[in-house]
Design a protein around this ligand. Structure first.
Ligand SMILES: [Mg+2]
Length: 321
């Protein structure tokens, strides 16, 4: 909740306090003091997550523009809350602004953050604004709540559990990584349906499935033809067709990062309950396979060919795998 020491920063902080206004309950105090105050709600656990997006590593400011960068900085955090089955409570936003940019950059970033925050009832309770001689960095810390003891973690999957993804995968570099919708509503429904493990797909299905399996000490058998492949995965494959490393749409669906769909495991007996509470407005989740007790990941192709599935994911270097 500190402010910078330049007039420009003070102006931004003043503008922000105005833009944010009074926070809803259970917040007792928002921006404008030394720290924000949140009253704990009995019967709930609070969950915390933080994520930083960096210019030239996670985005190019000239290509994405400040609004989509601000939106993404909050959205990746909301996706992590969704992956626990949590409901947002609020967030803190810290900006490291390049000195040669005017205050307009902070305003555009914050407008986009406040807009998404409003959409998901996740008020901005504070943060920090500084300028420096480096590139833009935006760090968001999000707070969520979950009925006590009910968070869905990565480690609870058992052999035999069904594996699901909530939407099409691959090719997010073409734009989806900047404008995706965090799956908060679905995360809560999945939690209420007694999923055994969950993770958001930030680094690619193959790598995030590997993380879930490793935490759960199980393996997985997935079926290539059941993996939902996005239009952008097809487009990416076409773009690579003439290049040095041709790729299939399936490869993009398995290994590209930043889809921000949810991957979860659910005991078979909970399937009917999940489907009966799934919102009609959302496409049904795809059952891509099952957990196994092998401790390896396998992928079955049509015609019965089975191969090991290697975790090849996104390494958070812009445009590189
Ligand atoms: Mg995550």
């Amino acid at each position: 909740m500190t402010s910078g020491h330049l007039n420009g920063e003070l102006a931004i902080v003043g503008w922000l306090e105005q833009a944010i206004g009074k926070l809803p309950s259970p917040w007792i105090l928002g921006p404008g003091d030394d720290a924000a105050i949140l009253r704990q709600e009995p019967g709930h656990d609070l969950v915390f997550t933080t994520d930083m997006v960096l210019e030239n590593e996670c985005f190019r400011l000239g290509e994405a523009g400040p609004a989509l960068v601000g939106r993404k900085a909050l959205a990746v955090n909301l996706s992590d809350l969704a992956a626990m089955g949590a409901k947002p409570v609020g967030c803190l936003v810290s900006l490291a602004l390049p000195k040669d940019e005017g205050p307009g950059l902070a305003e555009e970033l914050m407008k986009a953050i406040l807009s998404l925050a409003g959409q998901f009832n996740c008020p901005v309770a504070g943060g920090d604004t500084n300028t420096w001689r480096g590139p833009l960095a935006v760090s968001v810390t999000a707070i969520g709540k979950i009925p006590a003891g009910k968070a869905v973690r990565r480690h609870g999957a058992s052999p035999g559990d069904l594996l699901f993804v909530t939407g099409p995968l691959g090719g997010s570099i073409l734009g989806h990584h900047l404008n995706f919708m965090p799956r908060l509503d679905l995360g809560a429904i999945i939690r209420e349906s007694h999923a055994s493990a969950m993770i958001d797909i930030s680094d690619g299905l193959s790598l995030d499935l590997w993380r879930l399996c490793k935490a759960s000490r199980c393996g997985a058998m997935i079926h290539a033809e059941r993996i939902p492949i996005s239009q952008d995965a097809h487009r990416e494959s076409e773009l690579h067709a003439a290049g040095l490393r041709p790729s299939t749409p399936l490869m993009h669906a398995l290994n590209d990062g930043e889809d921000f769909e949810l991957l979860f495991a659910l005991p078979q007996e909970n399937l009917a309950g999940l489907m009966s509470t799934w919102p009609a407005s959302s496409p049904k989740p795809a059952i891509i396979g099952r957990c196994t007790n092998e401790q390896t990941m396998l992928i079955e192709y049509p015609h019965g060919l089975i191969e090991p599935l290697e975790p090849h994911g996104w390494v958070h270097q812009f445009g590189q795998k």
